[in-house]
Ligand binder design. Structure first.
Ligand code: MTE
Ligand code: CO
Length: 429
């Protein structure tokens, strides 16, 4: 390929791009589509003052893509998994590419997936939601029945309790996507369970609900009745269209602010009882082993957390001068009140700008302009929610939790920016 002189001068940009790709592939998880992603050389013939070639012929007509897809030049913006992390793809996880997203909405095709028994394929005609146990009238609803109730449309984040779970003893994977990407944020359309239950009635003794999925893992979780009546939803749509199969089509349970595992997909049954059901997912799993040898259980709420999405290991700094630091913050206890950012490893903090909408139990976008003159930086962000809870450092968290947990790691992370603009996930102290 003919090289442009101007381009050859910009070695800084090229070195970093290559470093990023080598760094990432060393953990064996990036599946790049090199054709477009690596074609970083612009064709000088297309640049001003020339008229670019694509103005000289007709483009595709309508209906070439009856369901539209992103530009082919965005082929690197995909969910990614870490193959060695799990034994099989059916019981596994992949990660949302947070570093490539803007605003607060996660596009449907990029929402991370976490399945314990693969994706169930359900004809909506065969869908039924059964409500039984301590209710006045046991009932079975079709999808159309559910859609006749008053509907609610709400943005909520869903975070897997295991997000960042590998980082308890030190930094592990060198990526924003891998260390923070088990979270997504979409607008759910559905029926509030408090409305649905007006139809079945509730016996006074009903204190707990067993939510059961109809996938091959038979996912089951106990949820206290107060939460069910407060803000839980049976959702059939995300971001304006039907749920994706991966996200529980045709309907899933939405448990705002609480750990993702409870958001039962492919929901088939809600049983009302007077005590928790003590299922596998709330006894052997989704509990937190403490240094005393005892384990915490029923740790449902996802505490305030934040991530700097750019700069980040996948988004090195490519030039000196003014940049916009970008990130996301969220809290399972309500709205984000403030996000602080440090560029010196937590010695000094500046308040970032929060972008509207700032919604309860939803991702919140923050930015902060900063000047980079080629010096090393230690980037950190710290979220504070409307209850005044402050996102902890890892050592503050370890004092209470030890290092044996997998779940509920909401500690402040550190990105080291090196003098060449490369960014790495590091652990301070
Ligand atoms: N529901 C069923 N039926 N089966 C599952 O495997 N995985 C749970 C939860 N609900 C799961 C499920 C876990 S651990 C998480 S984190 C979320 O779904 C992930 O939701 P997502 O795949 O839409 O990101
Ligand atoms: Co999970």
């Amino acid at each position: 390929m003919k090289k442009n002189k101007k381009k050859e001068l910009s070695t800084f940009k090229k070195i970093n791009r290559r470093d990023l790709i080598i760094g990432a592939s060393s953990i064996g998880a990036f599946s790049l589509t090199p054709k477009k992603l690596l074609s970083e050389e612009a064709n000088p013939e297309n640049l001003p003052p020339n008229l670019p070639e694509w103005t000289q012929y007709l483009g595709d007509g309508v209906d070439v893509n009856p369901y539209g897809m992103p530009s082919e030049f965005e082929g690197h913006v995909i969910r990614r998994n870490v193959e060695w992390l799990t034994a099989s793809a059916e019981s596994s996880v992949n990660f949302t590419p947070l570093q490539d997203l803007e605003g607060i909405v996660t596009p449907n095709g990029l929402c991370f997936e976490r399945h314990h028994g693969g994706v169930s394929v359900i004809n909506p005609q065969d869908f039924r939601l059964m409500i039984n146990g301590l209710v006045d009238r046991e009932m079975i609803f079709t999808l159309d029945d559910l859609k006749r109730f008053p509907q609610t449309n709400k943005f909520y984040f869903l975070e897997c309790a295991a997000n960042g779970g590998m980082e308890w003893r030190g930094s592990q994977l060198n990526g924003c996507q891998y260390t923070f990407g088990m979270v997504h944020n979409v607008q759910y359309t559905g029926v509030k369970l408090s409305d649905l239950l007006l139809e079945t009635g509730l016996k006074e003794k009903a204190k707990w609900v067993l939510a059961e999925g109809s996938d091959s893992s038979g996912m089951t979780r106990s949820i206290p009745i107060e939460k069910i009546l407060d803000d839980c939803i049976i959702a059939w749509a995300m971001n304006g269209e039907a749920l994706r199969p991966e996200q529980g089509y045709p309907a899933r349970l939405v448990v705002p602010g609480w750990e993702g595992n409870m958001w039962v997909k492919w929901i088939r049954r809600l049983e009302f009882g007077d005590k928790p059901y003590m299922t596998r997912e709330e006894t052997s799993k989704y509990t937190d082993l403490l240094t005393s040898g005892k384990a915490r259980m029923f740790t449902w709420v996802m505490d305030a957390k934040s991530v700097i999405t750019s700069p980040s290991p996948e988004k090195p700094i490519l030039a000196k001068g003014l940049h916009q630091l970008r990130g996301l913050a969220w809290s399972g206890r309500g709205k984000i009140k403030r996000v602080d950012v440090s560029i010196d490893g937590g010695k000094n903090w500046k308040t970032a700008q929060l972008h509207s909408p700032v919604l309860s139990k939803s991702l919140t976008r923050f930015t902060l302009p900063f000047e980079w003159n080629g010096e090393e930086l230690l980037l950190q962000s710290r979220a504070i929610d409307e209850t005044n809870y402050v996102q902890p450092t890892i050592s503050e968290l370890q004092k209470i939790r030890g290092v044996n947990s997998i779940y509920h790691n909401n500690s402040i992370a550190t990105w080291l920016v090196s003098k060449n603009g490369k960014v790495d996930n590091v652990r301070l102290g």
